[in-house]
Design a protein around this ligand. Structure first.
Ligand code: FA5
Length: 349
């Protein structure tokens, strides 16, 4: 009986390290511990049988139980340490933040050079007290031509090679050839005094070259007030030029003809790409035409119901893309429309 209990206790003690080592999680370890040492565990059960033994046998068996218990407890404690360390290492690995990782800068696009120029021009004119208006790109013959003192069959229509839209009666709807129709809309929608600029996209059957595109942009200006003279126009253009280009710049007003202004002029600046010496941007002339201008024709004022005896005004229309060319030293307008990122990246904004 003694040998039986002592033998079984020793057997438990001998097997214990292997069973404990086989526990691969803390839960499994707890289960093994309960099976061996718990209230209903194997060693506890065996210990209960000690009371029935004679004193010598009880001592031997009791000692064996204590030794086995100590051995099991040591094995469990050792395994628990290992498993807890493993669990901690797993948590640390799972929650690890790599603070040395370099997150690359986000690639951001930028505004196109034409948009930047548009915004800048608007800023300059708003700074001079102008408001901003826009009109539609598809216009009627009335706004683009008739109201601007260019009746049907007038030879001046040849100044603008027009793209017509196949809508309504033939040649009544078109892609606007200039931003001047917005003058008519502004005068029809509001009352003088008017101080407005009107940027927008325009369309012509022009062949692309270093200074021409079939689709390009203009910024129109219109002032209608009492007592406005050509000197006001010249002074406004002067202030605009120095505000936009900064520094000393040579400009000139060259007599010209537009049906909707009288007198009319072309506004040229000294080509900045060749400093007036002559290059392909200015077709070797040393001057680049930026736009037309003049005093609003009395017929235009009458067409929108204004009395030319009471109101006078001036108007101008600049090539927005050409302003961008000059300001940024670009020698070919087509560069702006090829979508070449290497070109566009030079103008971040
Ligand atoms: C006009 O379009 C008139 N509406 C301007 C005007 C407004 C005169 C108000 C008087 C009063 P013009 O056709 O010259 O004018 O064009 C004006 C400017 O647009 C030109 O000086 C030039 O800078 C620009 N431009 C004209 N055609 C092209 C083109 N194909 N590509 C790029 N820019 C152009």
């Amino acid at each position: 009986m003694t040998d039986d209990i002592t033998g079984r206790v020793r057997a438990i003690g001998a097997e214990a390290p292997a069973r404990v080592a086989a526990a691969s999680t803390l839960d499994e370890l707890r289960a093994v511990e309960a099976e061996l040492l718990g209230k209903k565990g194997a060693l506890t059960e065996l210990k209960k049988g000690l009371g029935a033994l004679d004193p010598d046998a009880r001592r031997t068996a009791g000692q064996a139980v204590n030794e086995a218990r100590t051995a099991v407890e040591a094995a469990v404690a050792g395994r628990r340490r290992d498993l807890e360390a493993e669990a901690r290492a797993a948590t640390v690995a799972a929650e690890r933040l790599d603070l040395t990782e370099v997150v690359g800068e986000r690639e951001r696009g930028s505004l196109h050079l034409v948009t930047q120029t548009w915004d800048r021009l608007v800023d300059v004119f708003v700074g001079m007290g102008f408001t901003v208006a826009e009109g539609p790109e598809v216009e009627t013959d009335w706004y683009n031509f008739e109201a601007l003192n260019i009746p049907a069959a007038h030879p001046a229509r040849g100044m603008w090679d027009t793209l017509y839209v196949d809508l309504g009666a033939p040649e009544t709807v078109l892609l606007r050839t200039h931003t001047s129709p917005v003058q008519i809309r502004v005068m029809t929608d509001g009352e003088p005094p008017i101080y407005a600029v009107m940027p927008g996209r325009v369309f012509r059957r022009d062949t692309a070259d270093a200074s021409h595109m079939p689709v390009f942009h203009q910024i129109e200006g219109l002032v209608v007030d009492r007592g406005i003279s050509f000197a006001d126009l010249a002074g406004t253009l002067e202030s605009f030029t120095s505000a936009y280009f900064g520094g000393a710049i040579h400009s000139r007003l060259r007599p010209s003809y537009f049906p909707f202004t009288e007198p009319s002029a072309e506004y040229d600046i000294n080509c900045l790409n060749c400093e007036g010496r002559g290059c392909r941007t200015c077709a070797q002339t040393g001057w680049l035409e930026l736009g037309g201008c003049g005093m609003v024709h009395p017929n235009v004022l009458r067409n929108v119901g204004l009395d030319p005896e009471e109101w006078t005004g001036f108007a101008f229309g600049f090539g927005l893309d050409r302003l961008a060319l000059m300001r940024h030293g670009v020698d070919d307008i087509r560069e702006m429309y090829t979508g070449d990122v290497r070109f566009l990246e030079q103008f971040p904004a």
